[in-house]
Design a protein around this ligand. Structure first.
Ligand code: KIV
Length: 273
């Protein structure tokens, strides 16, 4: 990756890295102009903008289509692209999918789970890999607690998995819904940057799904904070537009083009009713 702020977590100047998801050119511009550090084209794409019921419906072509839109507009932030469900079931398939995604010009791919063999195969091919552990939406059961590492056994297993993916060559780790105390130890014990979501403030950086953070979806996760309510504003804008079109207030002459003054009279005369 070629970031504008280097990923040296041991630098005394290190401040938490800010990662957000983007799925199109508008979101990319907002994140870059809004001082973000990293862009993730997550498979949250499926629920956030494609209208799927689950991220597992997202295809590799969906990811590539949206990642291309992000890449066209990014000027500064490294772009990481998720490999979607069922596209990395073994190391060979994982490498083929990673190559397809990397070929469009992204900086790294992300995959879920402690898949050391796939991570090693992909990173040895020269493609940086971001691993995603803790709650992993693609394979997690839909029932039961989503927080991973609440008891000692789970916490130890998670730490072991984090060390495993680091040794396999992952360049960064996202941990989702991990207890704060566990996330802090993981962040201290591994040398690659750890980006948290729902994992407390002690990680090296934070990520949120941008549409959730904007208030575009009526979700209420404990770990989420709404930093705006764009849905309300967007709905309000649509309502005002509808009202002005219906009342004739928009478009006005200010929003209109005109035939050349010299031709106007002849035109109006020709078409007088
Ligand atoms: O798909 C996604 O947006 C993600 C983030 C929640 C980390 O994986």
């Amino acid at each position: 990756m070629n970031p504008s702020r280097p990923f040296n977590k041991n630098s005394p100047h290190h401040k938490p890295w800010v990662m957000l998801t983007a799925y199109d050119a508008i979101m990319t511009r907002a994140i870059e102009d809004g001082d973000g550090d990293l862009i993730l084209v997550g498979d949250s794409l499926g629920r956030a903008v494609l209208g799927y019921d689950s991220e597992n419906e997202v295809s590799l072509d969906d990811m590539i289509h949206h990642a291309r839109a992000v890449l066209r507009k990014r000027t500064r932030c490294p772009v990481i692209v998720d490999l979607p469900f069922n596209t990395y079931n073994n190391p060979d398939q994982a490498l083929a999918s990673a190559k397809k995604v990397h070929a469009i010009g992204c900086d790294a791919i992300k995959l879920e789970g402690p898949l050391s063999e796939s991570i090693s195969t992909i990173s040895k091919s020269g493609i940086p890999v971001v691993a995603h552990l803790g709650y992993t939406p693609q394979t997690a059961p839909s029932e039961g607690s989503k927080v991973v590492g609440k008891n000692l056994e789970q916490a130890r297993q998670l730490l072991e998995d984090c060390l495993l993916i680091e040794n396999a060559g992952a360049c960064m780790l996202v941990i989702e819904m991990v207890p704060r105390e566990v996330a802090k130890v993981i962040t201290e014990k591994i040398s690659i940057p750890v980006i948290g979501i729902g994992s407390g403030p002690d990680c090296d950086g934070q990520v949120l799904v941008t549409t959730d953070m904007w208030g575009d979806h009526p979700v209420a996760f404990k770990f989420l904070k709404s930093f705006g309510s764009l849905l309300d504003n967007r709905t309000k804008a649509c309502r005002s537009y509808a009202e002005e079109v219906r009342t004739g207030a928009f478009p006005s002459d200010k929003n209109s083009f005109h035939i050349k003054q010299a031709e106007k009279e002849a035109w109006l005369k020709q078409h007088a009713t």
